[in-house]
Design a protein around this ligand. Structure first.
Ligand code: ATP
Ligand code: MG
Length: 219
């Protein structure tokens, strides 16, 4: 079976000269829920940004959904199909209200306002956020913002989820709800987290990024 995402010999340095990735190989297959671990500054967020084309590798190849992706135009499709939830929700949310933030992506994809209304309602319900629909996004609490950021990505119904520290700021019940939700979703996902209890419950595989390379961890 072909991989959904395949990284081959990926090298990446920031303009500052810092070498972050030094030959990363990775395959994401249908049904995988991969825990991506590694110490602070190891390059986990950078790796998710590369998959989405928000950074460009110095060398190596990114294959996604059956095609090699090199240029900005190749990644427009990848960004819709592999939804990235940023580590910092303030990087994700930019509309005045929660409902508008959720509607933005689907409207941009050309869906009708009726369809968008349905998607927004369904996604708010899935994440138990109905009560926040009309709230001003930038005045939400940290945990609320994180859930709304996840909701904006879920509203696009991506084939793959790239989740950067999804449990930060969440209370215990909400973390529990997120565990149930993620394990019931059909999508393949890469989950960056430092929360081992959460990863043990959700992930089917674990990889660790260390000194610029990815190592598969024993189950
Ligand atoms: N825009 C940038 N310009 C220059 N260096 C950067 C930039 N973003 C991140 N870095 C550096 O690249 C390295 C990898 O950062 P990254 O954010 O990918 O780490 P991380 O594994 O996600 O860490 P954390 O667990 O703290 O979120 C770090 O040393 C960081 O300081
Ligand atoms: Mg990070």
């Amino acid at each position: 079976m072909a991989s959904l995402i395949s990284l081959r010999g990926l090298h990446f340095s920031y303009a500052s000269g810092l070498d972050v990735l030094k030959g990363v190989d990775f395959e994401l297959n249908a049904g995988d829920r991969v825990a991506l671990t590694g110490s602070n500054g190891a390059g986990k967020s950078t790796l998710l940004r590369l998959i989405n084309g928000l950074e460009t590798p110095n060398s190596g190849e990114i294959h996604a959904f059956g095609a090699v992706r090199r240029q900005e135009k190749d990644f427009r499709d990848v960004r819709v199909r592999a939804g990235l939830v940023f580590q910092d929700p303030d990087d994700q949310l930019f509309c005045p209200t929660v409902a508008e933030d959720l509607a933005f992506g689907p409207l941009n994809l050309g869906k009708s306002s009726e369809e968008v209304g349905e998607i927004v309602g369904r996604t708010l319900e899935l994440l138990r956020l109905e009560h926040l629909a009309d709230r001003i996004t930038h005045k939400l609490s940290g945990g609320q913002k994180r859930l709304v950021a996840l909701a904006t990505v879920m509203a696009l119904e991506p084939e793959v989820l790239l989740l950067d520290e999804p449990t930060n700021d969440l209370d215990r019940d909400t973390k529990q709800h997120l565990i149930s939700l993620l394990t019931e979703l059909p999508q393949a996902m890469i989950i960056v987290s430092h929360n081992h209890h959460f990863l043990n419950r959700v992930a089917t595989r674990q990889v660790e990024l260390s000194d610029g390379v990815l190592m598969e961890q024993a189950a």
